[in-house]
Ligand binder design. Structure first.
Ligand code: FAD
Ligand code: SF4
Length: 575
């Protein structure tokens, strides 16, 4: 018997516990006793059910470190609750969470279970089916969120296909509604957003502090060994696992971010380096998304640090905007669109999707009225008709593009990279080349330790690939080499020249950028935020355009020629 199994067995419920306590089901991403149903009665009157489901772990070839992070936090949370007197029914199951609960409730005579409404659509569906199969479940609102559906619909009204949802409007409402960084009804400092001040490259202006380490304890080491043995075919490296798995360590990670990183977060928020993965990003998304860190606590800590002069306003506001604005906004968009299933999709037509084909007619756009037969199958909007298969470079084959190879290498090792590397390197390349947004989404979902449906689908299908046709972002986030060269040190270590746009030594990003604009002119030519680049494009000579197309086609062909590492096949969802 494992150390964990032995320890948790001591907290298993007696028949008296079953009938006398309030029983709460803890989803795999809500490990908190600082808010919600665990705070509503004394520990001695509380019982929790936790399901460690192999079906869920096998659903996709999730990064090994994500599995370790999730399972080790799950087991530590169970032990932490046991230590304070909560009765813990910890259940290992090959079934889905919902089906495991049906069997457990029946076999153990459990009373109605309370659960906070799950964040993931996948778990909501699973529990819905379980309820249909007889599970007695009482769903209550999840207080870890900072906003309600009403906050979203008050700003935008009910969801309508084709409408644009600008995050800034929602963010302003949330600032006003909560009073965060507000003074007498006005934003502190006079502006709601300091985004324009947050765009400096990092050139050693201030030293980057070394983060704390979290060497695995016996419980975590058991999980590492278990994942290595049972999920060897999964993405990524398990070597050097060093993430927080106890509440105390999660708090320590946050305290370090608050004290050491966030004072410099703002100016270098968009900077990228090949010698430093994290820069001044606190890397809290994996812990917030597990419920270990509460958004409200983080915001209050940062606001207090601003008021006491420890964090300057652009950094404090920039960080708070990500959590109070983007994080909440994305979650609502996912719910409102049923995971982008209600978003208009372009007609798929692979023959027309070859980037070199620049004369095709505009894609016809229609609402996706018929739901896919499998409710778990991911939505496939592709407004820009992008459908080329995601190449092997995302799975670790070398591309020779230093920016791409660096970030993919970081993700293979850590399962994480910061926002701009996701947006302006990995997604930028995919959007420019016309790789399938769905395949890119599934890759992010597998590869990142903070990925859950509500946040990864919105960010990839919405923000980063424009597959939703502008629902989430007012223009596609694309760039040529100039932006990457300005914001990173990648280009200085690359065999391609960011200053050349054609020829064998030129950086492919630039040719891909211009041919992307050319190819998508029928769909994007009227976008008011793209008028400047389209004006420049129109000034290019026919001969220049031919050379750019040639370079872009060569680049895509080279990317697609790389052979796939053995774990590239997505083990797409089956129930
Ligand atoms: C292509 C792409 C995929 C992404 N996939 C995910 C994902 O699977 N999971 C995830 O949590 N974030 C995702 N993001 C958002 C963002 O990149 C990460 O939240 C952030 O990089 C995490 O690092 P951090 O904790 O240091 O965050 P910071 O940059 O310091 O931001 C603070 C917090 O704000 C929240 N946040 C910031 N930006 C976003 C956003 N766009 N959407 C939702 N929350 C946000 C996160 O909780 C984050 O921890 C994605 C972004 C892009 C462009
Ligand atoms: S030159 Fe181009 S491919 Fe190389 S690192 Fe810079 S942007 Fe990336």
């Amino acid at each position: 018997m494992s150390t964990f199994a032995q320890q948790i067995a001591a907290a298993a419920p007696t028949p008296h516990d079953i009938v006398s306590r309030r029983w709460i089901y803890i989803p795999y991403d809500r490990f908190t006793d600082r808010t919600g149903p665990l705070t509503e009665q004394p520990a001695a009157q509380t019982g929790i059910v936790i399901v460690e489901s192999t079906a869920k772990a096998l659903r996709r070839p999730y990064h090994k470190k994500k599995l370790v992070l999730l399972i080790a936090n799950m087991r530590h949370f169970a032990l932490e609750q046991a230590a304070r007197g909560v009765s813990v029914l910890y259940h290992f199951s090959p079934l889905s969470h919902g089906q495991a609960l049906v069997a457990l409730q029946r076999d153990r005579n459990l009373p109605t279970l309370t659960v906070t409404t799950p964040a993931e659509r996948e778990l909501r569906l699973d529990l819905q089916q379980a309820v249909a199969d007889g599970l007695r479940l009482n769903q209550i609102p999840d207080p870890t969120w900072l906003s309600t559906t009403e906050d979203f619909t008050t700003v935008f009204g009910p969801y309508q296909p084709g409408k644009s949802y600008v995050m800034d409007r929602f963010y302003r409402r949330m600032r006003q509604h909560t009073g965060i960084l507000m003074h007498s009804g006005q934003p502190v400092g006079g502006q709601f957003s300091y985004d324009v001040q947050n765009r400096s490259p990092y050139k050693n202006q201030v030293p980057i502090p070394s983060p704390p380490t979290f060497p695995p304890d016996a419980i975590t080491q058991e999980v590492i060994d278990y994942v290595a043995e049972h999920y060897p075919h999964h993405f990524g490296s398990i070597t050097g696992f060093d993430l927080p798995t106890t509440q105390a360590d999660c708090d320590r990670a946050w305290q370090f971010g608050l004290d050491q990183l966030l004072p410099h977060f703002g100016p270098y928020e968009d900077a990228m380096r090949d010698d430093h993965l994290q820069l001044f990003h606190p890397k809290v998304s994996p812990l917030i998304n597990l419920g270990r860190l509460l958004p409200i606590t983080l915001i209050q800590d940062v606001e207090a640090a601003y008021h006491s002069g420890r964090i300057p306003l652009p950094s404090a506001e920039g960080f708070i905007r990500q959590i109070l604005g983007w994080r909440e906004f994305m979650r609502h968009l996912h719910q409102q669109t049923d995971g982008y299933r209600l978003v208009p999709v372009a007609q798929e037509n692979s023959a027309e999707n070859t980037p070199a084909s620049t004369t095709k007619k505009p894609a016809s756009v229609h609402p996706q009225t018929t739901p896919p037969p499998d409710p778990y199958a991911g939505a496939t909007p592709s407004f820009l008709n992008a459908s080329l298969p995601l190449p092997a470079v995302y799975w670790g084959a070398k591309s020779g593009l230093h920016c791409i190879d660096t970030v993919v290498e970081q993700v293979l090792h850590d399962g994480w990279s910061h926002h701009i590397t996701r947006l302006m390197v990995l997604s930028n390349l995919a959007t420019l080349c016309g790789f399938s947004p769905r395949q890119l989404t599934d890759w992010f979902w597998v590869a990142y330790i903070d990925a859950y449906d509500w946040v990864v689908e919105t960010n990839v299908l919405g923000m980063s690939t424009y597959a939703d046709g502008g629902l989430t972002a007012t223009k596609p986030y694309v760039s040529g080499a100039a932006y990457i060269n300005k914001m990173s040190n990648y280009c200085g270590h690359c065999r391609f020249d960011p200053k050349q746009s054609t020829g064998p030594n030129s950086c492919p990003f630039t040719a891909l950028y211009w041919t992307f604009l050319e190819r998508n002119q029928p769909l994007l030519g009227n976008n008011f935020r793209l008028q400047m680049p389209y004006t420049t494009l129109r000034k290019k000579s026919p001969a220049d355009l031919v050379q750019l197309r040639t370079r872009a086609d060569q680049a895509i062909a080279a990317l697609q020629a790389a052979s796939q590492p053995e774990y590239h096949q997505l083990n797409l969802p089956t129930r």
